[in-house]
Design a binder for this molecule. Structure first.
Ligand SMILES: CC(C)(COP(=O)(O)OP(=O)(O)OC[C@H]1O[C@@H](n2cnc3c(N)ncnc32)[C@H](O)[C@@H]1OP(=O)(O)O)[C@@H](O)C(=O)NCCC(=O)NCCS
Length: 172
């Protein structure tokens, strides 16, 4: 799949916040605030160095965020929201944002990315289902949608426990 649009990819900055919120509202609707992943994001700030936007003519058309968390005692990153404006879907923007987030996480020395999402989209990118019941989210969640990406060999082994905020001073 190729992207014929002249899309620029940048690390996220504060001025992108209103557009990112609008895109997430559009993608997930007001119901997103009851989602367990959103509960986590309320507890823990995302890391802008590991979060990216896709810009078309200066306007944000897609975004992905990574948030430092703990699962049990294990430092991990939670990915999301990932969203692309409807009229720009299917042009490779989502996958490019996912690749940028993964590379940045690896370079930052992170070992695991987890998310709550569709297996059909994320498993081709290397994400694997985590054992049902192994990760306790701060709210109701379909356990079969909890997926993890090991950034180093065997990094998913023993990833179990409650999701909590990670002190940013422990990150980087
Ligand atoms: C999911 C999303 C971010 C993908 O962004 P995108 O830029 O359209 O993705 P890409 O162009 O990189 O990839 C598109 C491919 O993913 C597939 N795809 C998109 N959403 C999918 C889904 N939910 N399940 C399975 N495959 C999916 C498309 O069919 C396409 O497949 P192809 O490459 O074989 O043609 C975008 O569709 C979106 O914003 N959706 C609404 C919000 C959302 O669902 N976010 C993810 C949370 S689970």
């Amino acid at each position: 799949m190729s992207c014929l649009l002249d899309v620029a990819y940048l690390a996220e900055a504060p001025e992108h916040d209103p557009c990112i919120t609008a895109i997430a509202d559009e993608a997930f609707g007001p119901g997103r605030f009851v989602r367990a992943a959103e509960r986590v994001r309320e507890m823990a700030p995302h890391d802008r160095r590991l979060s990216f936007v896709a810009l078309l003519e200066g306007t944000v058309v897609g975004s992905v965020r990574l948030t430092p968390i703990l699962i049990g005692t294990r430092p991990c990153l939670m990915l999301g929201p990932l969203a692309v404006r409807p009229q720009f879907k299917g042009k490779g923007i989502g996958r490019r944002l996912m690749a940028m987030a993964e590379t940045a996480a690896l370079l930052a020395g992170e070992k695991v990315i987890m998310l709550v999402g569709d297996r059909a989209y994320y498993m081709p990118l290397g994400y694997r289902p985590l054992p049902v019941g192994s990760v306790v989210m701060p709210g109701p969640v379909d356990q079969t949608r909890i997926l993890g990406l090991p950034l180093v060999e065997n990094a998913l082994d023993g990833v179990t426990g409650s999701v909590r905020a990670r002190d940013v001073s422990q990150h980087g």
